[in-house]
Design a protein around this ligand. Sequence first.
Ligand code: ZN
Length: 166
Amino acid sequence: MTVRPIRYLGDPVLRKPARKVSRIDDSIRRLIEDMTESMYAAHGVGIAAPQIGVPLRVVVIGLPDEPPFALINPEVIKREGERRLDEGCLSVPGYRGHVTRSVFVTVKALNEQGREIRVRSEDDLLAQALEHEVDHVNGTLYVDHLDAKTDLVKLVPAGAREEDDE
Ligand code: ZN
């Protein structure tokens, strides 16, 4: 397993809709391992393959105190309700934003064995992570959901490598 560098806002790989995985083989399983390592190294609760530079529809979610799991070719097939949440992203370090997310989220995907699974969640961190990560494989970032620029909050003073907002 390898920790791979996280791609930041401004990198075109984050903006292109990622390709569907057609065959789940060892290279995909290795990718999932690397994504999992990279997510934990960066203290994230979710990661999408484009965030480590791989344009494939693969996401990993690792909530606190729960085993991580992968979703391949994930699709949100049902969402209901609205709630305002505080959100951040490994690809937009140093910022948090206020976004509107759904209360109920159902995602259809394949697991690592290629079986179709559905993940249902309600009003929790998982629901938020599912919408956030599926957005990533569609080339969308949470900053796209801000109602206003003022909904984005800078957390730390400018570091050595500040990213420009688009
Ligand atoms: Zn993100």
